[in-house]
Ligand binder design. Sequence first.
Ligand code: COA
Length: 321
Amino acid sequence: VGSHVPSRVLTNHDLERIVATTHEWIVTRTGMRERRIAAAHEATSDLAVAAGRRALEAAGVQPADLDMIIVATITPDYPFPNTACLVQRQLGADRAFCMGLEAACSGFLYGMETARCYIAAGMAQTALVIGAEKMSAVLDWTDRSTCVLFGDGAGAAVLRPAPAGRRGIISSVFGSDGTLSELLMIPAGGSRRPATAETVAAREHCLRMRGREVFRHAVTHMAEAAVAALHKAGLSIADIRWVIPHQANLRIIAAIGERLRCPASRFIVNVEKYGNTSAASIGLALDEAVRDGRIVDGDLVLMVAFGAGFTWGATVMEWTG
Ligand code: COA
């Protein structure tokens, strides 16, 4: 695994100078203290490449060994070509086929599962999965209810068949509900409402969210997906060493902990440092916890995500590293 965040830190106090908010409100309602913001010249693929290089190094894999690259993002460099192709070019991973994946904050888990299926089907041996976002590029910096919540970053993992006797990815469950798409979206700039001077003036090319409703669905679906993935794996929450939830809000994470009856000490949380980095969030948290020695070889890890669409999912794995 590997990750990368831009060097510029935007604190809650910095945000007090941009919109009518306070450090106290943001900490109490979200648990966030700061987030990272990419430079104007940095695009999502640049963050993705940095995270991808770290993951390749950690895995001892050369770019030429990669059969496939998946980049999950809702902030691609361009509408097309897909960001994974741009990552391939920078890495020099000539043999890989490349695809983008749009599942918002669930993107990293959807990407892991897609790569697992290709590997299990014998269509790839070595895959690089990256979740990367430059959320700062799609935020409405005049909307205090959304601009304080998100940050930029990337998380990456190299996937290969599990060694003999090891379980690797044990179970996954996924779900979606397109009937609630309008609760969290970018309303304009796509084919339904192409960008015009009017849509830009109205900031409709920026993220819009009905936060309270999204909150409720996030808790329900993440808790249910976690239980379903555990059931499918034949495990109980007591067997799980670490839970890595999507880092959207500390209160959402606490509510999931309560529903799963799992103490906060077994949750990997870094939302205070990075805010919600969407598709990057689980990969970033996984990488930090592996590098600082919390997650060790043999640990059973439960990852659980929820995002726009709506999309959600949970994966149980035995960490091998
Ligand atoms: N600073 C100060 N006040 C703010 C604020 C900010 N940054 N943003 C909103 N407020 C105000 C609102 O205007 C509202 O004021 P009002 O009562 O006078 O209308 C008040 O705070 C409460 O807003 P509400 O939306 O009810 O707060 P909340 O407790 O639901 O918290 C979120 C708001 C966005 C933090 C919370 O709903 C949330 O985290 N939702 C899920 C977001 C998410 O995870 N999305 C991605 C999923 S992948």
